[in-house]
Design a protein around this ligand. Structure first.
Ligand SMILES: [Zn+2]
Length: 126
């Protein structure tokens, strides 16, 4: 099994809804997003997926979040902006964009890790 990972970061503020504790208050993180695609088969050049392409797609789906108050940006105006929910959202968006732009790509899975600090992260994969 091969894995290809790209790491992207952005700064964004949020506060958690329906939560009692420090994180119900407005605060910010330097978010780090690790996007990993997994698969058994390489293309004829010997790549699972070009890093440049993965980076472009992940960058495109995160660009609206940088230096924003995430609770006011779709879909987090409705969804609670926890690391777990962000990871699933990024997973589903990336999966959709990869299927659309690379219909022949045979991936076994996508794994998204959302770091909200150096010591805390949440992961989503199917
Ligand atoms: Zn937070």
């Amino acid at each position: 099994m091969y894995e290809v990972t790209t790491i992207t970061s952005f700064s964004g503020a949020h506060n958690l809804r329906d939560y009692k504790g420090k994180c119900e208050n407005l605060h910010g993180h330097n978010w780090k997003i690790e996007a990993t695609v997994c698969g058994e088969n390489l293309d004829k050049t010997g790549m699972l997926l070009d890093f440049t392409e993965l980076k472009k797609i992940v960058g495109g789906l995160l660009e609206g979040f940088d230096h924003q108050y995430l609770n006011k940006v779709k879909p987090f105006d409705k969804l609670n902006p926890t690391s777990e929910i962000m990871a699933k959202y990024i997973h589903d968006e990336l999966k959709g964009r990869l299927l659309c732009e690379h219909p022949k790509l045979e991936l076994s899975g996508i794994k998204i890790t959302v770091w909200e600090s150096d010591r805390q992260y949440a992961v989503y994969h199917e």
